[in-house]
Every structure is written in structure tokens, then in C-alpha cells.
Ligand binder design. Structure first.
Ligand SMILES: Nc1ncnc2c1ncn2[C@@H]1O[C@H](COP(=O)(O)OP(=O)(O)O)[C@@H](O)[C@H]1O
Ligand SMILES: [Mg+2]
Length: 244
């Protein structure tokens, strides 16, 4: 798999849905160790290869499994069946504020997050100003991030993620909370990363943006891959489907 950056091989992921409504301590004890649950398969036998240097977009209705797939790629979740192989340094921006500690300042979070993503302290020191400048939150960098707006969280989180210089960047819908000027800045950055041969997997509902930035798209529905390939074709299929 020399030119494959990410291989998703027959991946299924289930969640347990617990059914009882009136859960009380008494009823839980009376029931003993058994509990009523249903297995819900959020991903069903998903296979896909992402070629190194490609930008791939995931599309699909809410609840179709896009975030679950990204979390499996980022090893925040583990598949119940199948496997995922990744080659290269990974950075992921999955949820607003994920990986941030609310009580710490923006500055401390840059260090914390940077080191979680595999940067050395020296590397972060060298890139610190660039990270803060790109984020545009310098004024607030010594405030606890719990006082940040969601837009500010995402600016700082995205800025750290791209300055890790990742081989593979995973981005969930989060960028949508940024304002227009920040989104334009991110779009520029994606072009730059793409030119530098980085691999990007992005989830978005902005189909026009995906069409212009992606080499291929994957459409997920109820945990199944419905279509994959050229963006225009996949978008047409997705738009043309009957609904959930
Ligand atoms: N931790 C969880 N526990 C139970 N169900 C979950 C959990 N995370 C996601 N799901 C369910 O899995 C399905 C896929 O969710 P998700 O991957 O977040 O979809 P998408 O990102 O495409 O909107 C949804 O039906 C969602 O309710
Ligand atoms: Mg999602």
C-alpha cells in the first residue's frame, strides 16, 4: 500500500442503545447484571482507500456515520469489525473544543494540544507566533478558553492542527462555525497542504466547497457507502436520492 495513506478495510462500528425509560437504582439492582440494549450499527462494512496526497470529502445526511468514521480513523473509537491502517503523522480537528482544556489559557492549550499531536516543546515554541497569528485570537491568548466563543475555539484548534505539519489531516464539520474570512483563510491553507502532498479527509455540508477542493467524495447513508468517486458524480447521486 505504498501510495495509500489510509486504508479502511471492512469496518463496522456498533453503539449500544439502552432501552429502559424509568431507570431507577432499585430497578437496576432488581434486574441484576442484565440490561436491555439494542446494537446499533453506525458503520456497516465500510471499505475505502485514500491515496496519499488526495483530498477526500465525506458527505451524507445527519447521522449517516461521517463523524464515526473520522473518529475511527483518528483512533478515538475502535471498529468492532475490520481495520484501519494509516501511514504518516496525523492531526485531527473533530469537534469544537475537543482536546482543549477549558480552565487553561489559549497559550497553555496550544502547548497541550501541540504535544498531544506529537510536536516537541521546542517545535511549538518556534511555531507559537505563527499559530496564534493564523488563529487571530492573540488578544485572548492568555484567557482561559472556557471564555472563548465556538468560533474562537475552532480558529485556535485548526491553527494548531495545521501547524503540526501533518501528513494526514482529518477535519469534521467544525470549520463551518468560523466566519467567512476565516473560512477563506482555511480554504487557502487546504490548497497549500494539497500542493505540499498532504492527505486530507474532510466532512462538510458545503457541497460546492467540497466539489472545488476534493479529488473524490464518499457518500455515506445509514452507515453504508452509497457512492464514491468523482465529486460531481457523487454530489449528483446524493442530491438525487430519495431521502432517508
Ligand atoms: N456515542 C454514541 N452512542 C450511541 N450512538 C451514537 C454515538 N455516536 C454516534 N451515534 C449514532 O451513530 C449514528 C452516526 O452518527 P455520526 O457518525 O455522528 O453521524 P454524522 O456525523 O454523519 O452526522 C447516529 O445515528 C448517531 O446517533
Ligand atoms: Mg458528524
Amino acid at each position: 500500500m505504498s501510495d495509500i495513506a489510509i486504508r479502511v478495510d471492512h469496518v463496522s462500528k456498533k453503539f449500544r442503545l439502552y432501552k429502559e425509560r424509568n431507570q431507577s437504582l432499585k430497578s437496576a439492582i432488581m434486574r441484576g447484571r442484565t440490561s436491555v440494549h439494542e446494537d446499533f450499527w453506525a458503520l456497516k462494512d465500510v471499505s475505502l482507500d485514500v491515496v496519499r496526497g488526495q483530498t477526500v470529502g465525506l458527505v451524507g445526511d445527519n447521522g449517516s456515520g461521517k463523524s464515526t468514521l473520522l473518529k475511527c480513523m483518528a483512533k478515538i473509537l475502535y471498529p468492532d469489525k475490520g481495520s484501519i491502517t494509516m501511514k504518516g503523522r496525523l492531526a485531527a480537528l473533530l469537534e469544537v473544543g475537543s482536546g482543549f482544556h477549558p480552565e487553561l489559557s489559549g497559550r497553555d492549550n496550544v502547548y497541550l494540544n501541540g504535544s498531544i499531536l506529537g510536536m516537541s516543546r521546542r517545535e511549538i515554541e518556534m511555531k507559537f507566533d505563527e499559530i496564534v497569528d493564523f488563529s487571530g485570537v492573540r488578544e485572548f491568548i492568555d484567557q482561559p478558553v472556557k471564555n472563548y466563543s465556538s468560533g474562537m475555539y475552532v480558529r485556535l484548534g485548526f491553527s494548531v492542527a495545521i501547524h503540526v505539519d501533518p501528513d494526514i489531516l482529518l477535519v469534521d464539520e467544525v470549520l463551518a462555525v468560523g466566519d467567512e474570512s476565516f473560512q477563506a483563510k482555511c480554504a487557502e491553507k487546504f490548497v497549500e497542504l494539497r500542493k505540499a502532498g498532504r492527505t486530507i479527509v474532510i466532512v462538510s455540508h458545503a457541497l460546492g466547497t467540497l466539489a472545488s477542493m476534493c479529488d473524490s467524495l464518499v457518500w455515506l447513508q445509514h452507515g453504508d457507502v452509497m457512492a464514491t468517486g468523482d465529486p460531481a458524480t457523487v454530489i449528483a447521486a446524493y442530491r438525487g436520492h430519495d431521502g432517508p
